[in-house]
Every structure is written in structure tokens, then in C-alpha cells.
Ligand binder design. Structure first.
Ligand code: HPA
Length: 240
């Protein structure tokens, strides 16, 4: 049993979806999985296991930000032998190429966090998605009749939702970064450390250029598309 996930190792599946919000984890488990059990309620950061097309799948809340994601993900990878993780989250669009509710399949993640500078003693590590998961998600997005566009590209994972320096994020957009969120860089770095697969898929919940925001109803609809893509992708990709 790990410190922040109070479950026996056998209770967590090798394939995991990670939304930021624990209540989203509950909604995903109850809406998409069969034979669901809740394996953790520690600090209200809910975790569930069920089956999807007969295969065991877990859904674990990550919380917001790199530190929270890093705690839950480290325990999943180190103590529960989890093999494939797909973050299903939201992001703020930085480019006119994206509209509200579009999906970003994150090929890599920049960051303004000092976490990797400390980890790599000043070297610039480039956190990237697992190619097989990314390809499977891309194929799933093209096969399914989506109501939105799915784009492959870079995210920036920020430590500051309320940024004191929005100009810096805008500069990254000039270099092709599509959207901002708060967890993917930690997800990709830790997956690499443990030699496992990871992918972040994010729906555009707000647009930083126009100030537009999705309604709760719209977010729910796109979440359905995103979860289906994530489930297709983890099932299509062999375990490590
Ligand atoms: N900033 C950071 N994270 C986010 C945002 C944002 O604007 N929108 C959704 N997640």
C-alpha cells in the first residue's frame, strides 16, 4: 500500500486513465467501465478499477499541477507496476489553430517548472509522449466520428494557472506550442524514468487569445470523445 494511494497492488490495473479532477475519475469509471470498484479515497483523490471491453482499466485522479501529478504517478509506476498512463485533461489554447473543445494529442511538453532543471542539474530534458500510444490515439481520433478536431503538437505545463508572466507563454506559442495545462511534463518525465508509456490528451476548455470558455455541458460532451480515444489508445498498445 503506498502513502497516497491506499490500495493493494492487485487492485490497480496496468492501464490507467488520469483526469485531474477526482470527480471526473468517478464519472469516467461509472460511465465507461463495468464492474467498478473504488480502490482509494485518500484525501478525496479517488481511484477506481473496472473493465472496458473485458480488460481491466483504472482511473486515478492526479490533482492539479506537476507536484500533485508527480506524487500519484510515482506511486502508480513504482508501487503498482502500472504500464500505460493516459492523462485526460483540459487545456487553454494559445493559437488560433485551435477552437474551443478541440483536442490536443501532446507529442511533448515544455514547462516553466524548475522540477526538471533540478532533476537534470540545468540540462534541458525534452519530455515526450510514448509514440505507440500517440499513434494509437491519433488513429482512434481519425476513426471515430468526432465532433471536434484532434491536433498533434506541444503543450506547455505551467506551475501558475494565474500566471504573473503571460507574455512568456505567448512566446512559446510563437514556437508552435499549442496549449497550456499543468501536468504533462511531469507525466512524460516520470514515465521515461520508469520506462513506461504515457500520453496526455487535452480538450480545449478555454482560449487564451479570445477569452472564450466552454460551458459545463460542452466540456462533458468533449470529455466523452476524449475518454473514448484514450481507452482505444491504451487498449491498442501492448503493455511494458
Ligand atoms: N492555464 C493552465 N492550465 C489550464 C488552462 C490555462 O489557461 N486551461 C485549462 N488548463
Amino acid at each position: 500500500m503506498s502513502t497516497h494511494i491506499g490500495a493493494d497492488p492487485a487492485q490497480v490495473a496496468p492501464r490507467v486513465l488520469m483526469p485531474g479532477d477526482p470527480l471526473r475519475a468517478q464519472w469516467i469509471a461509472e460511465s465507461f467501465l463495468q464492474d467498478v470498484t473504488c480502490y482509494s479515497r485518500v484525501r478525496g483523490m479517488l481511484g477506481f478499477t473496472g473493465t472496458y471491453r473485458g480488460e481491466p482499466i483504472s482511473v486515478q485522479g492526479s490533482g492539479m499541477g506537476l507536484p500533485s501529478m508527480s506524487i500519484y504517478l510515482t506511486e502508480l509506476l513504482r508501487d503498482y507496476a502500472v504500464s500505460s498512463v493516459v492523462r485526460v485533461g483540459s487545456c487553454g489554447a494559445l493559437t488560433g489553430e485551435l477552437g474551443l473543445r478541440d483536442l490536443v494529442l501532446a507529442s511533448g511538453a515544455c514547462t516553466d517548472s524548475a522540477a526538471n532543471r533540478i532533476r537534470f542539474e540545468g540540462l534541458d530534458y525534452a519530455p515526450v509522449a510514448d509514440f505507440d500510444l500517440l499513434r494509437a490515439a491519433y488513429d482512434a481520433a481519425r476513426t471515430r466520428e468526432l465532433r471536434v478536431t484532434a491536433k498533434v503538437g506541444l503543450l506547455v505545463s505551467t506551475d501558475s494557472f494565474y500566471s504573473p508572466r503571460p507574455d512568456l507563454v505567448s512566446r512559446l506559442a510563437e514556437y508552435g506550442v499549442l496549449a497550456v495545462e499543468m501536468e504533462a511534463s511531469a507525466l512524460y518525465t516520470l514515465a521515461a524514468q520508469y520506462g513506461r508509456r504515457a500520453l496526455a490528451v487535452c480538450t480545449v476548455s478555454d482560449h487564451l487569445l479570445t477569452g472564450e470558455q466552454t460551458t459545463a455541458e460542452e466540456r462533458q460532451e468533449t470529455f466523452t470523445d476524449m475518454v473514448e480515444i484514450a481507452l482505444d489508445a491504451v487498449l491498442a498498445t501492448p503493455l511494458r
